[in-house]
Every structure is written in structure tokens, then in C-alpha cells.
Design a binder for this molecule. Structure first.
Ligand SMILES: [Zn+2]
Length: 319
């Protein structure tokens, strides 16, 4: 029997891990689930969050499974499949990962007989989609184009903007099912494990054919991939160690400094920081900084963005 594979893609900080955690909460311990988690940065804070739920996980860090880590990704899939006791594999590509390239690996000849790819999920931030489309169109559009179930996160923050985002997404992918309701109200398990909705049958058949690619398709793919590599290098990830104990307010002040005074565009920050009262997680995405107490013991902080000055960020962090 083929092992079902669910890919949950989405741009940096759109809420992929939160989504996966809610999905996992619907399972009991009898189902054997394995997650392949890919982080563009050096350390996977999301992996730590997911393993807290007792899920087996393979983390691929410091790169992206759609390009620089594509080989490692394929190897991981084979390793996971070799364990033979896995009922479901969930793949969380990095925020800058191209869903089309991840799908291509999953549908490769070597894996095609062993896994069945469920309709891919894309999480899109309802408040930031138009901005991402404008600034990071190549990645964002690819994720939207190839997602069959698109969930809008943060839709309730501004309903009008959520509608605009949904309309822009609909234009890019007229076939996808777009979910604007809060995830908490849906049984994700029931929905996501359905191989295909009857109304979408035609689309699913098309996708299967896409996998049977000819030599000609391979040539085209290579061109496309080189192109992607250029864009890929626009992004960088900086990992900072945080050994000094500081209060939450002090850590936040530094995060704000890096957002406002450092060159380049910071898109996402996340990490675990030590305070005199214990560890906190600090996350920045969608314009907000959120701090929470956490049981995770770590001292790494990752910043992902475009055109950032690493030296400058390090200096601001130490100040
Ligand atoms: Zn990539």
C-alpha cells in the first residue's frame, strides 16, 4: 500500500506549523505519523514545537528542500519509507520553498509507486498576501498555483483585506478550494485526508499526468530551476546565539531595532531566548512581535529576510 503524503506549504511566517499542530491534535496515538520539517535557517524552532506533541520528525535545516536540499529531501523520504511503520508523512517545506519543485520530487519515478500525494495545502496570510505577491511573487505565486487547498490565516483581523487576498489568490489559481473560515472550526483530519473532492476530479487527473514527464519536460524544468536559484539567493538567514539573560522587554527592544535600523528587509524572526524568569519564544511575522513563555530550552534566534547585513544584525543583537 502506498503511504499518503501531505505537503503543507506557505510563505515565511504564514502559520504552517500552527496549522500542522492543529491537524495533529485530531489524531490519537495509534496513528504513526512522521514529519519532514524544512527550515531555511540553521535551527528549527518549529521542529522543537512539533516534537513537543510527541511526533516523530526529521529536520532538514540551513537550506531549502526545493533546491539546495532537494537531494537530502529525497533521501529522507526514502529513509522514512524504509521504516515501514508510517501511516502518514507530513512535509513542511521552508517558507521560500517552491511547492512545484517539492511535488516534483514526491512524484519522481523512484517514489511514485511508494507514496500517494494528497492534495497539497498552501497557507496564505490573508493580511499580507498582496504584499508578498508584490515583493516575493515568484515563491508566493508558485505556492498558490500548486496548492489544491488554500487556507487563509489571520482572515479575521481585517475582513476586507482578506476578501482582496482571496480574490487575488482565486485569480492565480481558479481551481483551488479556498478556506477563509478559522481552522479551529473545521475538522482538518476529515478534510485533508480525502484523496480528492469529486468536483475536483478533473484537476487531480491533470496533476497525475504532470508527473509523467518526458525528457522534454526535464529540459524545461532545468531552465526554470536555474532561474529559481537566482531568486533564492536574494534571501538569507542569520542565526544569532543568545547566551545573556535579558528581560522580555530587552529582547523585544533589540528585535525592534533590527527591524527598523538594519538594512534590508526582515520578513521573519523566530527563536527561543533566555530571561531571568525562564525561556521565552519570540516570533515576528506579519508586522507583529509575539512573545510567549515556553518549555523549550534553546538559545538560538533566526532572522530570515532579503538583503540583510549580518554584521549589523549581530552588533544590534549584542548591544
Ligand atoms: Zn528552494
Amino acid at each position: 500500500m502506498k503511504t499518503p503524503v501531505l505537503i503543507v506549504s506557505g510563505f515565511l511566517g504564514t502559520g504552517k506549523t500552527t496549522f500542522i499542530r492543529q491537524f495533529l491534535a485530531e489524531f490519537d496515538n495509534t496513528e504513526r505519523i512522521m514529519i519532514i520539517e524544512n527550515d531555511f535557517g540553521e535551527v528549527s524552532f518549529d521542529a522543537a514545537l512539533l516534537t513537543q506533541q510527541g511526533i516523530r520528525l526529521q529536520a532538514l535545516t540551513s537550506g531549502c528542500i526545493c533546491c539546495t536540499l532537494a537531494g537530502d529531501f529525497e533521501k529522507s523520504l526514502h529513509t522514512v519509507l524504509a521504516q515501514a511503520d508510517v501511516d502518514l508523512i507530513i512535509i513542511e517545506p521552508s517558507g521560500v520553498g517552491k511547492l512545484s519543485d517539492v511535488l516534483r520530487v514526491c512524484r519522481s519515478a523512484a517514489l511514485q509507486d511508494r507514496i500517494s500525494v494528497l492534495p497539497p495545502v498552501t497557507i496564505a496570510d490573508a493580511q499580507r498576501s498582496l504584499l508578498y505577491l508584490h515583493n516575493f511573487g515568484e515563491f508566493f505565486t508558485d505556492q498558490i498555483e500548486h496548492g489544491q487547498r488554500i487556507f487563509l490565516s489571520h482572515a479575521d483581523e481585517n475582513l476586507l483585506r482578506a476578501e482582496e487576498s482571496a480574490a487575488a489568490i482565486r485569480k492565480i489559481n481558479p481551481e483551488a478550494s479556498i478556506y477563509k473560515t478559522a481552522w479551529e472550526t473545521i475538522s482538518l483530519k476529515k478534510l485533508l485526508l480525502l484523496p480528492c473532492q469529486p468536483a475536483r476530479k478533473v484537476q487531480c487527473i491533470e496533476t497525475v499526468q504532470e508527473a509523467l514527464c518526458t525528457d522534454h519536460d526535464h529540459d524545461m524544468h532545468c531552465d526554470h530551476h536555474d532561474h529559481h536559484h537566482d531568486a533564492y539567493h536574494d534571501f538569507n538567514a542569520v542565526t544569532l546565539r543568545s547566551e545573556t539573560l535579558r528581560s522580555g522587554i530587552e529582547w523585544k527592544r533589540r528585535a525592534v531595532l533590527m527591524l527598523n535600523s538594519a538594512p534590508g528587509q526582515v520578513v521573519r524572526m523566530k527563536g527561543i531566548l533566555p530571561t531571568p524568569e525562564g525561556f521565552i519564544s519570540l516570533q515576528y511575522n506579519g508586522g507583529n512581535i509575539v512573545m510567549e513563555e515556553t518549555d523549550i530550552v534553546d538559545q538560538t534566534f533566526t532572522i530570515i529576510g532579503a538583503g540583510m547585513d549580518e554584521k549589523m544584525l549581530r552588533r544590534l543583537w549584542k548591544q
